[in-house]
Design a protein. Sequence first.
Length: 249
Amino acid sequence: MFFRVFSVGLVVSLWIGSGWVAAADSISKETEDTLRSALEVSSTGLKVDTVKTSEIPGLFEVQFVNGPLIYSTASGDYFIVGDMFGVGPSGFVNLAEQRRDGERVEQLTSVDIDDMIVFAPKGKPRTVVTVYTDVSCFYCQKLHKEVPELNEKGVEVRYLAYPRAGIGSEPYRQLATAWCADNKQETLTILKSRQSVPENVCAGNPVAAQYLLGQKMGVRGTPAIITETGKMIPGYQSAADLMVTLGLN
């Protein structure tokens, strides 16, 4: 069977009493098997990764492997694609994005800090931001010029590589050159100043792995700034604006 209805839209949860109606983590094996059988259609190539109950009774949260998150009926005959929002006293809250925030925090723990290019403030940082960057990106270059100001304000900046043109491209080789350098900070700064350095793509460099991780985390462009809580800030913000966003102004 194929999907009977494909609905793109907004799923809304309700604030009841003192909080959101919480989704449970586990479901019966029978329900999971039913959803896998209905949704793993050979023509799509999609495979179900996890199945959980959602905040809305009767709808199940289904995550496909390297695919979308959907909300399905128990039979799998109908499903909805879209973020789930909660309606509370302060307005709408994107519950799906909150869930992704937590996933990003977990994903970042898998990256060794030695595989990042870190610009740290003197003393203990007030906060840490992780920035997916591409040396060929104008706004990445612009943000990099403000890293010293961010450091002065107590913000540690940790760079991960995201060559927008893909693995093997010229930006990939430039990023690999920075990550393979003896002085990674200096080389990255030179490249972001639009100056050239001898190409050095060393074996075992982490650029490809970081690029693939960025895709899993929802990075679609650079710079992509991720806070300690996993919130993603897409695009450039000045140091002053970023301090406001981080609540540190």
